[in-house]
Design a protein around this ligand. Structure first.
Ligand code: ZN
Ligand code: ZN
Ligand code: ZN
Length: 375
């Protein structure tokens, strides 16, 4: 990432987001929000420092106060160029000065603040020392839905990122798999995602044969063989918004069992997708997908949650997981990605990004979910 994201938002858009965040903070009893470089800062201001260093950069949002971005003097010119810069006041501090004392002057000395997950511990400890009467909460825990509901412009960007990931799949299914290393196919995915407009690639999982049984297997030197199932899971950021899709392909003709397991995951993915509509709790999406797999006797082999939100990052709230009672709201975007992982043998995962509409769900990925045979 460079000094700002490529997302086409104006200072007014960022002002509206900051106002919304302050209102949400006040409603939960927080005296304000302290936002360090990372996805929350990108979403609120469009500012992404080129290098996040030990020097304090912190956005201070508090009710009845204009937004202030505390920045190191040497980075102030870059911060001033951020798309949301005119919606906030820059307060720079020079090396040798105490940035915590300068920030403390902006804060309610006995308030409770939401702190972004990306804040360095040393900065939070510095603030606590400067203002011993304050207390802090995780911003993601306090306001998990802050970025969850996407507006029309964000939806368009997520749909475009999804279409680019789909185009990548249509290309990758035509490359040679058998006889090549996972790492070579992953390099193809990286190149194709960039060719289709991604500025950042977050992951290119190529998990062949027994490696597919490990959902966190990234990529290795294993040579893909004829007869392998291969889990492909790839995504990143295009114009500041994320893509994330999985398809499981087979090299040559699959066995009956491989077909059956793939069909089961496809049916589970469909069931999760069909559960999506406004007012339904997130956990119901997980339950719908999981029930299909459990009913077929493979419940113990579906070892992760069904989905996660996506936006300016590729993993964020809301989570489609047992225990998450947050109701779905039109505009939310998240993955539906059930899988079955048979240790030492193979794995299958199918993943689409889905957005909640007034009357159900709409997929932002739409390549075939039938098993694709590759060479
Ligand atoms: Zn096979
Ligand atoms: Zn994925
Ligand atoms: Zn995912």
């Amino acid at each position: 990432m460079t000094g700002s994201t490529a997302a086409p938002f104006t200072a007014d858009d960022y002002r509206a987001r900051m106002e919304r965040a302050v209102r949400a903070a006040a409603e939960t009893g927080l005296a304000g929000l302290l936002v360090a470089p990372g996805p929350d800062l990108v979403w609120l201001t469009g500012y992404a420092p080129t290098a996040t260093t030990e020097r304090l950069t912190l956005l201070v949002l508090a009710p009845g106060q204009d937004p202030v971005l505390v920045v190191p003097t040497l980075e102030a010119p870059d911060a001033a160029k951020a798309p949301g810069a005119s919606a906030l006041t820059l307060r720079d501090w020079t090396d040798g000065k105490d940035p915590y004392a300068a920030t403390a002057a902006l804060l309610d000395a006995s308030g409770s603040f939401g702190v972004s997950d990306n804040a360095w511990a040393m900065h939070l400890l510095g603030l606590q020392k400067a203002l011993p009467g304050t207390s802090y909460a995780s911003l993601t825990e306090a306001l998990p839905m802050l970025r969850a509901v996407k507006d029309a412009a964000e939806l368009k960007l997520l749909a475009a990122a999804g279409a680019a990931a789909d185009a990548t799949f249509e290309d990758i299914r035509n490359v040679a798999f058998g006889g090549r290393r996972e790492s070579e196919i992953a390099a193809d995915l990286d190149r194709l995602l960039r060719e289709h407009g991604h500025a950042q690639v977050d992951f290119t999982i190529v998990a062949s044969g027994p490696n597919g049984a490990n959902p966190h297997h990234d990529v290795g030197d294993r040579v893909v063989e004829r007869g392998d199932m291969v889990v492909l899971d790839f995504g990143g950021l295009k114009d500041g918004y994320g893509s994330d899709t999985s398809r499981t392909v087979h090299v040559g003709e699959p066995t009956d069992e491989e077909r059956r397991v793939h069909d089961l995951v496809r049916t589970a993915q469909e069931a999760g997708f069909r559960a999506v509509r406004p007012g339904v709790a997130c956990q119901e999406v997980d339950r719908a997908a999981r029930a299909v797999i459990a009913d077929a006797g493979y419940g113990e082999y579906f070892i992760h949650r069904t989905g996660h939100g996506i936006g300016v990052t590729t993993h964020e709230p809301p989570y489609m997981i047992e225990g998450e009672e947050q109701p779905l709201v039109p505009g939310m975007c998240f993955s539906v990605e059930p899988g079955i992982y048979l240790p030492g043998r193979f794995g299958v995962r199918i993943e689409d990004i889905v957005t909640v509409t007034e009357d159900g769900g709409r997929r932002l990925n739409d390549t075939t979910r039938e098993m694709v045979i590759v060479d």
